[in-house]
Design a protein around this ligand. Sequence first.
Ligand SMILES: [Zn+2]
Length: 86
Amino acid sequence: MASSTKCLRTCVGCGRKNSPDGLVRLRTPGRGMADSGRGAWVCRESVACFDRAVDRGKFERAFKTKLDTGQLELLRASFESVCQVS
Ligand SMILES: [Zn+2]
């Protein structure tokens, strides 16, 4: 029942909508406890979506902050650790 409560998230890389199960939620890197709660969703196991989001500045827009190279690397590391593509 209650399938109407299905909530979909949009991948910041490809713009496709998916259920949270098929996506990875990334948060502002390097903020520790001060995390603002902002997040960006990327297709699970899709490095292509991640790269596209980086190229287009989608993460900076989602997090409403400027990301330097180190932060983008942290972001990629957390994305890859969630995906665990071995
Ligand atoms: Zn995607």
